[in-house]
Design a protein around this ligand. Sequence first.
Ligand code: CP
Ligand code: NVA
Length: 303
Amino acid sequence: MNHLLKLLDLSSEEIIDILNLADQLKYEQKHGIPHNTLKGMTLGMIFQKASTRTRVSFETGMYQLGGHALFLSSKELQIGRGEPVQDTARVLSRYVNGIMIRTFEQEEVENLAHYGTVPIINGLTDFCHPCQVLADLQTVREYKNKLDGLNMCYIGDGNNMANSLTVGCLKVGMNVSLACPNDYRPDAKVLEFAKEYKNFKLVTDPKEAATDADVLFTDVWASMGQEGEAEKRRIAFKGYQINDDIMKLAKSDAMVLHCLPAHREEEITAKVFEQHAAEIFDEAENRLHAQKAVMVRLIAPEK
Ligand code: CP
Ligand code: NVA
């Protein structure tokens, strides 16, 4: 693994290896065992969109690994004034040991990897959110002690989260059921990948997807960059909500996860959110551990 651009690029073994390392780093951090694997290293973090979790977990994670992270807002970089990403990649590669980028087009991330000479980590694009899904899988495995054979359900927009969850969950052997409105299905590349799996189902009825679920996911109806469509989407996604009726159809010990930020009473009711807050905030914490594992695998000198 040279970059983390999208989960489609990773083998099942590479995903499990990251989850195992994430568990180990979490244990070490909780027990005060130092792990300065990235001493003297710098991560550049380019943000073209807002962030709470991604920024803070990468910055803190890099510090805990003995390294340093630079927050680079695109508004303040020359990128914001039109300097091409190809040039930015080649310049930053001369200074830093790895680059995390959150942006719109997946192509921009792939371009960074093509032109840069350091590992590139996708911190969310319109296409996918691989770091989030690694943390999600770590959380599911913590609660359920396994991944293989679990029934996952995703209700809502066929967006970056739906894309990465579909790929990540299928690669680790989970049964994947998605409920999305017809006009908001996951990306064609993801559906092409998923169609090889007999344990993949894409439906329009949230109740059908939720039946017998071990873990339910949802995400906002309007993602970053889609604020102008919010009203139209509120109508299109009506009923695509995790609520008591949906939870009655899932297994009695089902988990609920949400990448956050959450819009209560839209994609999830406040009641279900609070009932599952322990899981959801463990999931948020695991961004830290999962991303530290990614950085160690990609940036550590002895890799
Ligand atoms: N889940 C997630 O990526 O959160 P942020 O947008 O706050 O980084
Ligand atoms: N789908 C959301 C995820 C946020 C973490 C977005 O792209 O805004």
